[in-house]
Design a protein around this ligand. Structure first.
Ligand code: NDP
Ligand code: PMR
Length: 401
């Protein structure tokens, strides 16, 4: 099978026991075991490994799903009582709005006529062109420069934003980089491994600095959203595809993540795919720590989400061409986890503005009918002690402590 061929070219491959049984640690997972054929044949994966099947096979999984709230959500462009209360447009900052999910979200929000989107992007011209290409009108967006791989740029962005004297009603931490084929780590301006430096540390500083601005907003529902992912959650099949996310005891992060001791959070050997998944665990832990520390005091809603597998975005730009060719059909027809950029953008736009998604501390997901529900995070991604430690170490690295 061609995806398998593409996948076998990856530095880290799925390790499968001889008898074809791939067993995830019962401690970490809700789905405790599932069967692979040795050749990972797509038809078998399809038959055995759909989420539906996981629910049927695992009593724990089905109990947890039953306990989750399934909310039928109206489209983001419907007027809601919450939005009617305000006279002015809401302002939402969306990082990485120059492509993929960020652009689709910016477009979905702009289309409602109720939002002004600040497209916080590292490539100003690309963002301008992208906004035009999807038909956003000038009065609905502003492009502002933000390079999350530089803490100085993050501070500069916050200063520039304050100078605009616009209120800040919603912050969406969406931008990310993924380097699955990199043999050696690359680093941010301050010398942190690039994926964790950009996806986690850049957003960590941004969210901490902009929290003050969110607090000041008089908008009826102030929200901060940090995009997470299924692949950081080892209670799912996708999260069990090696290399698995694992922050360990954070020793690599604590020692600076600069390649001198290690460029991985757990202190291990560099692996670009794992670094990305680790960064997503950091995103989901940070959202929960923000919720615990600030929700009550500030009234800000903190949320994360898995928008679905948007297999066509630029996220996979550094993957081998064969992977990029086969990944969309694999997700569309085999796992059925695929969503279009447009649909994913509507989902994130719901988390921004839908009154029914106003609960804080939630990791949102969508079922096959596109109904949102409160999903469960893996053991590691919901570990409150780890979240606290991550917070404290990250504060030091970005110069807040
Ligand atoms: P894209 O590559 O299309 O978008 C990523 C965005 O991040 C781009 O706009 C990119 O800018 C921007 N970006 C990258 N580095 C920086 C930086 N240093 N400073 C500022 N912006 C930067 O990928 P997606 O749309 O797929 O990813 C968006 C989010 O969705 C990510 O958080 C990802 O983890 C998450 N996600 C994606 C899934 C998927 O299946 N695609 C599944 C689950 C979650 P530029 O245009 O200049 O490259
Ligand atoms: Mg995965 C239900 C099964 C499912 C889902 C929803 C995803 C989502 N993936 C699933 C299953 C599998 N994937 C299986 C069985 C395999 C082995 C063939 C597999 C492989 C795979 C690879 C090599 N998948 C990947 C990759 C990537 O490089 C992507 C990645 O991990 O990026 C970090 C990826 C993804 N799969 C997903 C999603 C959403 C991704 C993109 C990851 C993300 O943005 O978090």
């Amino acid at each position: 099978m061609a995806l398998q061929a593409a996948y076998s070219l990856l530095p880290s491959t799925v390790s499968i026991h001889k008898e074809g049984r791939f067993v995830a640690s019962p401690k970490e997972t809700t789905v405790t075991s599932f069967s692979f054929s040795n050749s990972l044949r797509a038809d078998k994966i399809s038959n055995r490994l759909t989420i539906k099947e996981q629910r049927r096979q695992s009593p724990r999984f089905s109990t947890s799903i039953r306990a989750q709230t399934v909310t039928a959500t109206p489209p983001a462009n419907e007027a809601s009582p919450e939005q009617k209360k305000t006279q002015r447009k809401g302002t939402a900052v969306v990082t990485g709005a120059s492509s993929g999910l960020g652009l689709a979200t910016a477009k979905a929000l702009a289309d409602t006529g109720k939002w002004h989107v600040i497209m916080a992007c590292r490539n100003f011209l690309k963002a301008e062109k992208a906004a035009k290409s999807v038909g956003m009108s000038k009065e609905d967006y502003t492009v502002m420069h933000l390079d999350l791989a530089s803490l100085e740029s993050v501070k500069q962005f916050v200063d520039n934003y304050r100078r605009t004297e616009r209120p800040l009603d919603v912050l969406v931490c969406n931008a990310a980089v993924y380097q699955p084929t990199a043999k050696e780590p690359s680093f941010t301006a301050e010398g942190f491994e690039l994926s964790v430096g950009t996806n986690h540390l850049g957003h960590f500083l941004l969210s901490r600095l902009l929290l003050d601005d969110l607090k000041k907003s008089d908008y009826p529902s102030k929200r901060m959203i940090i995009v997470g992912s299924i692949t950081g959650n080892t209670n799912t099949l996708a999260g069990n595809v090696p290399p698995k996310a694992n922050l360990g005891d954070l020793r690599g992060l604590a020692s600076g993540l600069n390649g001198q001791n290690s460029s991985m959070i757990d202190g291990g050997e560099y692996d670009g795919a794992k670094a990305y998944k680790d960064s997503k665990v950091c995103n989901m832990l940070t959202m929960q720590e923000l919720h615990r520390r600030y929700h009550e005091e500030t009234g800000v809603t903190f949320a994360s989400l898995y928008p679905g597998c948007i297999a066509t975005t630029g996220l996979f730009r550094e993957h081998i061409p064969l992977f990029r060719l086969l990944f969309p059909p694999f997700q569309k027809y085999i796992t059925k986890g695929y969503v279009s950029e447009e649909e994913a953008g509507k989902r994130l736009a719901q988390v921004v503005s839908d009154p029914s998604l106003g609960k804080s501390g939630v990791y949102w997901s969508w079922n096959n009918n596109s109904s949102s529900f409160e999903n469960q995070l893996s053991k590691e991604a919901s570990d409150a002690e780890k979240a606290k430690k991550l917070w404290e170490v990250s504060e030091k690295l970005v110069g807040l402590a």
